[in-house]
Design a protein around this ligand. Sequence first.
Ligand SMILES: O=C(O)CCC(=O)C(=O)O
Ligand SMILES: [Fe+2]
Length: 307
Amino acid sequence: MEVDGGGLAAAAIPAIDMGGFPGELRRLKEACHLWGCFRVVNHEVPRELMAQMKAVVRELLDMPQEIKRRNTDVIAGSGYVAPSPANPLYEALGLYDVGSPEAVAAFCNQLDATPPQREVIGKYAKAIDELIMGILEKLAESLGLSRDLFSHWPCQFRINKYNFTPETVGSSGVQIHTDSGFLTILQDDETVGGLEVMDRSSGEFIPVDPWPGTFLVNLGDVAAAWSNGRWCNVKHRVQCKQTVVRVSIATFLLGPKEEAVEAPPELVDAEHPCLYVPFTYEDYRKLRISTKQQAGEALALLRADSS
Ligand SMILES: O=C(O)CCC(=O)C(=O)O
Ligand SMILES: [Fe+2]
């Protein structure tokens, strides 16, 4: 696949060539350790499908509020998010469990999606699932693990719209947070910037410039715990910098549905004692909501050495 050149900032965040393995393993490992995020380039999701999905998402988000409100929560916070006093510029639609044909059909029915829109959503879900599987395989390999460690973890779509206007330049579209799950595949806006990730070494926010045809992968809190602290959960936010509507599509690979999140035994030894007590993703999600700690701080409550 052809990849357009990235901007200066895109060069700072590691770009991983999906066609470049096993050569890319060392850079992938470093990206997870130092950044908790990376761009994936040269992947197999067709550019045309990415564009079609963006168009469908814009159409759905442009529907009247009374229709969007039918997209109700399946798990806490998974459905429609209306603009609020805390986040007046932001709204989102959500689909929990992208891998379930029933869940996809329910989402499409709620929003009166047309047959062509349904077809695009279905194709995109399949293509992203394959991309996730490919990335997970490489992530496991980068740690010297080869087993299929992540099968049947549910995925959630969230399609985000930022209603940026001239008056809102300089304000926040989404506050600093980490993603709660294992990893996120983000198709950011093709032209409108605003996403920023924290450089852990300096604490500074680095702009993630649009880079059409690529995805940004963010590691979340579950990945930090599962890897026994080898990987970091990237802090990020969205700032209003331009006066144009910004649209992004996030696919979250959350965590195991019923079993506990815990580091595989290969990642625990005398030099790397187990950092976190086992926890279920659902309990962790509730903990983040109840403590209002959205930037990974809630993980500290699950430290094995906390009394
Ligand atoms: O819109 C973006 O670029 C980022 C969205 C995000 O961080 C999220 O949905 O968790
Ligand atoms: Fe996020």
